[in-house]
Ligand binder design. Structure first.
Ligand code: ZN
Length: 165
């Protein structure tokens, strides 16, 4: 499993909802966790791992008890507003201040298909929103203002050049 980086078109493809909660899904999540920890990331979505699945893993602290695996996550309610300098493993070296809701309510399924609902805020809410964007093919660069994109144009060009070889 390899990290998929901008501007790979696979990142723009919306994912498919998971219907099969079997061994393969658990294996996917395990490999994604290894990939994320290997890159020192705090969140990873299926498309970033080359998977066409609504699967997200999150760990804001890196401690095992904070590990969160979300299947078919949906943000069903949100409130507040928060600005935070956001990065993305698919955009190495790029950080941009992004405005997002500060509190969210979510529903998702666990790896064995159980439905869970939870509220969160702060960094966890930020990561869930960022990863939920990935599942719809929405990327960090899409959340930037035109001025922010301009400010990062050199790094974005560097990534496009690296991708094309
Ligand atoms: Zn990302």
């Amino acid at each position: 499993m390899e990290l998929v980086k901008y501007p790979d078109p696979f990142l723009k493809k919306p994912t498919v909802e998971v219907a099969d909660f079997g061994d393969e899904l658990a294996q996917n999540a395990q490999e994604m966790l290894e990939l994320m920890y290997g890159c020192k990331g705090i969140g990873l979505a299926g498309p970033q791992a080359g998977l066409d699945k609504s699967l997200v893993i999150i760990n804001p602290s890196g401690k095992q008890e904070d590990e969160l695996v979300l299947v078919n996550p949906q943000v069903v309610d949100f409130s507040g507003k928060d600005t935070f300098e956001e990065g993305c493993l698919s955009f190495p070296g790029i950080y941009s201040k992004i405005v997002r809701p500060s509190r969210i309510s979510c529903i998702a399924r666990t790896l064995d298909g159980r439905e869970v609902s939870f509220d969160c805020n702060g960094l966890v809410a930020r990561i869930v929103l960022h990863e939920a964007d990935h599942l719809k093919g929405v990327l960090l660069v899409d959340r930037m203002s035109p001025a922010q994109r301009k400010a990062h144009q050199r790094e974005l060009r560097r990534l496009r050049k690296e991708y094309n070889g």
